[in-house]
Design a protein around this ligand. Structure first.
Ligand code: ADP
Ligand code: ADP
Ligand code: ZN
Length: 211
């Protein structure tokens, strides 16, 4: 099964992706996670991407498309994958179409998680992330068992640099201008899910679509 998760930053793509990927045993491909890993390891991609990420702008398409090509060539993608945070521009969607055609595969489901801006700012400003294993928590909606400690690996949780309010506002603007046009681009293939519901309810709605 091949799935794309669309939606604004903070709508819950990463949270739902974890659950769906476990359920269907497919890899979770998050361009944000791959980029953060590159920054952490100090790679060339990481050093080129960092300033864009810190300001909440998009990393140039050519870097992202190269990353996706490399990721698709790995063995675990053979039985499917879930894309989270990619594509994010029309140019990326066109590059993805070309790549899929070349690989003679297609996307089965495109799911858009819809959440209004007020909720997004509230969610992201309370998001806590684990820089060791990538797990995501929330001070209000998904508290870790032990304060500021990752349930999965025991590492200390932190707030991402780009999860500060001024950067969040820029990310929302970038989303409206550069990513929201994908909803038109994919048009009838998109299945909408109400992302204002609880994490469990959103999962239920997504699983109904995927079954
Ligand atoms: P995205 O990957 O789309 O940026 P995340 O999955 O990281 O979004 O979610 C953003 C924040 O909101 C996280 O702190 C997460 O725990 C929380 N969250 C995710 N889904 C919901 C939900 N349905 N209701 C409330 N909070 C949520
Ligand atoms: P969120 O879902 O909270 O917006 P992500 O982890 O998906 O966060 O992305 C974090 C940052 O990484 C983005 O603000 C952007 O700078 C960069 N990024 C991630 N994916 C892409 C992409 N497909 N194209 C361009 N930049 C990206
Ligand atoms: Zn962890």
């Amino acid at each position: 099964m091949r799935v794309i998760l669309l939606g604004p930053p903070g709508c819950g793509k990463g949270t739902q992706a974890e659950i769906i990927c476990k359920n269907f045993e497919i890899p979770h491909i998050s361009t944000g996670d791959i980029l953060r890993d590159n920054v952490k390891r100090g790679t060339e991609i990481g050093s080129r991407a960092k300033s864009f990420m810190d300001s909440g702008s998009l990393v140039p398409d050519e870097i992202i498309i190269g990353m996706i090509k490399d990721r698709f060539s790995e063995d675990d993608c053979k039985n499917g994958f879930l894309l989270d945070g990619f594509p994010r521009t029309i140019a990326q969607a066109e590059a993805l179409d070309k790549l899929l055609k070349k690989m003679k595969i297609h996307i089965d489901y495109i799911i858009n998680i819809d959440v209004p801006d007020e909720n997004i700012i509230n969610r992201i400003s309370k998001r806590l992330s684990c820089s060791n294993c990538g797990d995501v928590y929330n001070l209000m909606f998904k508290k870790p068992k032990k304060e500021m400690v990752c349930d999965s690996c025991g590492f200390k949780l932190h707030q991402r640099d780009d999860d500060k309010e001024e950067v969040i506002r820029n990310r929302l603007e970038v989303y409206r201008k550069q990513t929201a046009p994908l909803i038109q681009y994919y048009n009838k293939k998109i299945m909408n899910v109400d992302g204002q519901q609880s994490i469990n309810e959103v999962t239920k709605d997504i699983l109904k679509i995927l079954k």
